[in-house]
Ligand binder design. Structure first.
Ligand SMILES: Nc1ncnc2c1ncn2[C@@H]1O[C@H](COP(=O)(O)OP(=O)(O)OP(=O)(O)O)[C@@H](O)[C@H]1O
Ligand SMILES: [Mg+2]
Length: 505
């Protein structure tokens, strides 16, 4: 199996329902050996559902999976491996506190009860010799940059002898350079018929540059596709959104106010391991401006957001709002009209097992449910407000009562942002607000942020997407090694220097 070509994969008329909601309807797709196939569609279109059905995470209500023209029953993801099918996700699955080598060895499904480490490591090294790219086997996963981690995830699949790789937004956590490098390597392997790839992405650029063929889903149905060269970006976009209209960009208007509303002085913060993450950080944020914080992830951004959101104590330094000391307590945040969209909102800003409606309406998601007595009585009001927000922010959910964890990734993001923006806001901190969103949703959210700014909100936009910062920010800083090492107004921005500073030079 190691050197043989990947098998052909065919999905025939697959349908998946959740209760009365049809997430996938009669979708067919063929992946010939060595093809790089992209799967496009809006948030909630059914992309993840399709691949989860193929991989045995979900069981389709109807439809067939064929591997090399034979019908197969894939009961569980472990089963999928018997047919050389492996999956790589948006978020990493390798264990941080183990080395890459340990992770790869332990991932094998038929491990003996006593592991012969010496032999295993030798065979791993021999395997690596045959790979077009390398990762440091002895390094701890926690010490690897995102791009290398994602390469290690792929190597893990190859080490498990999987030949059909299903990638669900694998580049969201990578910089554009890292993404290009990784996809380029995968593309070479598909061209040499060592691999077939089915990749979910929201990025047209990646489809055009790397994929051979594309399938486009809309509301659970296949609405188009074909060879990549035969479709323009506009063709693909209009298949994705059908007759929906996109939000028009909101133009910048008005100047910032002269007095800062948020002041950070000499801030030092440690991460969970007690390692300094934010080092002597100072800045001011003014009403009516968007301050863009550019930088590669892991340079202290999450720790900064956590301090501002009152979820982490700084070691030293002060945060002031309206010239008074601010410690991020709930009551203070409410008084100061301070709102925050952290990264990974499902983990950091929701209760996954609660309904969309409750998550959208109740800001005090982290207080015990017992405190909600009064609210719960007012069930109808909650539902009404949630329905209004769902419509305004175009959150795709089967019903307002659906548990939020069952929404597609992009729709969780929309729901949390809707909640944070639906209040009267004076200070808004957003971290990678468009992570995993489709282009329509990005247009929506960018327009909302600009409107907030024009209305006098002070916006701190922390983003790994430099294009987003350039589009929205009035002022740009670069965060590297826990501090800002560059600052410029948007009209004087020097991209070359920004790039260097992001890399820590
Ligand atoms: N376990 C589940 N229970 C109920 N509904 C679900 C479940 N899983 C998915 N859905 C619904 O199915 C629809 C399709 O979701 P899916 O995750 O496949 O979307 P997607 O195309 O991957 O979107 P995104 O780009 O945001 O990741 C969504 O409306 C989602 O709410
Ligand atoms: Mg998805």
């Amino acid at each position: 199996m190691t050197t043989s070509a990947p098998p052909e994969l065919e999905v025939i008329e697959m349908t998946k329902r959740f209760g009365s909601f049809t997430a996938l309807e009669d979708v067919s797709l063929r992946l010939p050996p060595g093809e790089f196939h992209a799967l496009l569609g809006e948030n909630g279109a059914g992309k993840s559902t399709l691949v989860k059905c193929i991989m045995g995470f979900y069981h389709a209500d109807q439809g067939t999976v064929m591997v090399d023209q034979r019908e197969v029953e894939i009961e569980t993801p472990k089963n999928a491996q018997d047919h050389a099918l492996g999956m790589v996700y948006q978020h990493f699955t390798l264990v941080d506190n183990m080395t890459v080598a340990e992770n790869l060895v332990m991932a094998q499904s038929h491990l003996p009860s006593v592991i012969q480490w010496k032999q295993e490591i030798e065979s791993l090294h021999a395997f690596m010799q045959t790979m077009p790219f390398q990762v440091p086997l002895e390094a701890y996963v926690r010490d690897l940059a995102a791009g290398i981690k994602q390469k290690a995830e792929i190597l893990k699949q190859l080490y498990l002898k999987n030949r059909i790789l299903i990638l669900d937004e694998p580049t969201s956590v990578l910089t554009p350079q890292e993404a290009d490098e990784m996809l380029g390597l995968i593309r070479e392997m598909t061209q040499q018929k060592q691999l077939s790839v089915l990749m979910i992405t929201h990025k047209f650029r990646e489809v055009e540059k790397f994929a051979d063929a594309v399938t486009i889903l809309r509301r659970g149905k296949r609405v188009g596709g074909g060879r990549v060269g035969e479709l323009t970006r506009d063709d693909m976009a209009s298949m994705m959104i059908g007759s929906e209209t996109l939000a028009q960009p909101t133009h910048r208007s008005g100047q910032r106010q002269p007095q800062p509303i948020l002041e950070v002085n000499g801030l030092f913060v440690d991460d969970d391991n007690g390692t300094p993450a934010v080092k002597d950080l100072s800045f001011q944020l003014y009403p009516g401006e968007i301050l863009g914080v550019a930088g590669v992830s892991g340079n202290g951004q999450p720790e900064l957001v956590e301090v501002l959101a009152g979820q982490r104590q700084p070691l030293q330094g002060t945060v002031k709002t309206r010239s008074s000391v601010y410690s991020g307590r709930r009551a203070e945040m409410r008084n100061q009209k301070f709102y925050c969209l952290p990264e990974e909102p499902l983990r950091n800003a929701c209760v996954g097992t609660m309904s969309v409606a409750h998550n959208m309406v109740l800001r005090n998601f982290d207080v015990s449910p017992f405190a909600w007595g009064g609210w719960l009585l007012n069930h109808r009001a909650i539902r009404r407000q949630a329905e209004a927000l769902i419509q305004k922010y175009r959150v795709k959910t089967p019903t307002p009562e659906t548990q939020i964890q069952f929404l597609s990734g992009g729709n969780i993001q929309r729901a949390v942002l809707a909640r944070e923006l639906s209040n009267e806001v004076d200070i808004l901190v957003v971290a990678n607000p468009c992570f995993g969103l489709d282009f329509g949703a990005i247009a929506d959210i960018h327009s909302q942020l600009m409107t907030a700014r024009n209305n006098g909100v002070a916006v701190l936009l922390i983003s790994e997407d430099l294009d987003e910062i350039i589009e929205l920010a009035d002022r740009v800083v670069v965060m590297s090694g826990g501090a800002f090492n560059y600052e410029s107004t948007i009209d004087q921005l020097d991209l070359q220097t920004v790039g260097n500073r992001m890399a820590g030079h």
